[in-house]
Design a protein around this ligand. Structure first.
Ligand code: GUN
Length: 294
């Protein structure tokens, strides 16, 4: 048996095209150009790549992109002043501060300072709390992408047994809420979970978000299960260069799972596409017009 490969590249490209069509419509009908501001502090190489990709895809969707690159030794006060300016700027509908921040900067204080209406990362406690109480909220992008990918395999997630490995604010915790909203039966596992392989093997939908290369083995997976691999880990490759792998032993899992996301080319592709969705939704909400059709 070989699992169906869930092609994040194609699914994300389709989503980006639908966002671009809606952006064109709100520009035409409402004279609204959604704008996304991305703030990068320091020179983390992976973050620099992500930020470039975000800017390129924002512009490709017809939205305005504002990049703020600050030196690694930026003080908390100076960073908060940049956020205050973006909060007040009417051309900016989404604000994303790329994480992780350099050591010494308290990321929670920074996240707390972002206007919840512009918090396209969905990390501000107002949005996290709204999501947890079942209210309309801006929702973290990677978990949103996971749900979209899972729904390409299962038209409904109602009643499905979903196991999430990892309890981060960025992925694991919001995934619980999104899956509950879909009426899934949700288990959240983490580093202290007893007999993790056995817990995983109960899942019809297994979502791995731990940041440990190839930790999830083939014999942890229920035959036919859908596996969504959120991990992006760089390990040494055979040619001496780095190679990207997920949290799941992909080649082993291919023989057991019913469907699986590859790394790269799976969840990672969806994160930026969902950021565009959130920016468009935030812009419509701020302008007081109907929510977009994506
Ligand atoms: N770093 C890695 N993923 C993310 C993300 O989704 N949002 C932000 N702000 N930083 C990240």
């Amino acid at each position: 048996m070989s699992a169906k490969i869930i092609d994040g590249k194609i699914i994300a490209a389709d989503l980006r095209a639908r966002v671009a069509a809606e952006v064109a419509r709100v520009k035409r009908e409402h004279h609204l150009t959604p704008g996304l501001a991305v703030v990068l502090v320091g020179h983390d190489p992976a973050s620099e790549v992500y930020v470039r990709t975000k800017a390129k895809q924002t512009e490709a969707a017809g939205m305005a992109s504002f990049e703020h690159k600050l030196p690694a030794d930026t003080s908390l006060g100076d960073l908060l002043a940049v956020i205050a300016r973006l909060n007040a700027d009417p051309a900016v509908h989404g604000i994303l501060v790329q994480l992780p921040l350099p050591k010494g900067l308290d990321s929670q204080k920074v996240i707390d300072a972002i206007d919840p209406a512009k918090d396209v990362d969905g990390l501000n406690p107002v949005n996290a709390g709204r999501l947890a109480t079942g209210l309309l909220a801006l929702t973290p992008c990677t978990p949103l992408g996971c749900i979209i990918l899972a729904k390409t395999v299962h038209s409904s997630l109602e009643g499905i047994s979903a196991v999430i490995i990892g309890r981060s604010n960025l992925v694991g915790r919001p995934l619980v809420q999104l899956l509950l909203n879909e009426n899934a039966t949700v288990t959240i596992a983490h580093s202290r979970t007893r007999d993790l392989p056995k817990v995983c093997k109960q899942a019809d939908l297994l979502l791995a978000a731990v940041g440990k290369p190839e930790m999830v083995k083939a014999d942890w997976i229920k035959p036919g299960a859908t596996v969504i691999d959120v991990g992006i880990n760089r390990i040494p490759g055979a040619d001496g260069k780095g190679k990207l792998v997920g949290d799941v032993d992909y080649l082993g899992a291919l023989n057991v799972a019913g469907a699986i996301t590859p790394v790269p080319g799976g969840v990672g592709q969806m994160t930026v596409a969902c950021l565009l969705v959130n920016t468009l939704r935030a812009a419509c909400a701020i302008k007081g017009i109907a929510a977009p059709g994506v």
